[in-house]
Write a protein that binds this ligand. Sequence first.
Ligand SMILES: [Zn+2]
Ligand SMILES: [Zn+2]
Length: 293
Amino acid sequence: MLTLTFLGVGSAFAKRNHQSNLLIEAWEQGPDHQAQPDDLLLVDLGGLGPQALYQLKDRPGFHYLRHGSQINYPMLRRIFITHQHADHIGGLEELALCNMYLFTDPQTGKGFKPQIISALPVLVNLWDDSLKGGMGAVPGRPALLQDYFFIMALKSHRQRYDHFNLLKHYRFEIFPTDHILIERKYDWPSYGLYITDTRSNQSVFFSGDTKFDYPAYATMMQAAKICFHDVQLFDQPEPVHPLISELRTMPAEVKKKTLLYHYGDDWDSGPFDYVPHEFAGFAQPQQRYVLFS
Ligand SMILES: [Zn+2]
Ligand SMILES: [Zn+2]
């Protein structure tokens, strides 16, 4: 079984629903039979991510994320990064420093090191432009990204995109997203995930952050059993997320299986009451969605 839980479902500036980061859990049996999953993946950890984890750990079924009254960071063994905005990476410094200074890996006797996974351009920029400021030194010496993480750098050639697996049979394929265009499409690195259960060949689409680009995603979204798509509820010239009016132009059968996330704090103020009828609805925070049973 593979389950997906949003730590939060909010936009970069939301205050009511944390930020759109994911906990994906892979189970041999399932959460009704096991106290903790056999493998898991965190997808992004924004500035509000630690606060969201702090709440999630006290919910039924997530107590394995507790360490005393704190977050059991070493449980989060693998982290995939979609792109470099602070609502997706702003919590990484806390995670890394807690792992290094508050926890010990019994196998090495040193701090705990999770695996960080992304396309190479994201990883290079992530360290040089973002994390190095707060994490570039440990007592007595300079430090590098590999002092905190085991690094898995994925290739992102034009035609074929790399993948990684959870529990052997769940394949996570990355694809580029047109989130922010500088001069050419995809020139600012940002990625989504296409998740396949290789035993049943069922799949799930997760957009990451992107502008509206249905033609690029149509094949994946039509094939997927569930789609998760970011959305922006207010109009804006040159948006970097799909406007709700743009997503409404997708085919009805695609909308019906699409849950919207990365939404602003006014989702329940009235004007968007059509969403649960036209789409699969607004994704809910801190509740498990079963992707593959
Ligand atoms: Zn975002
Ligand atoms: Zn973004």
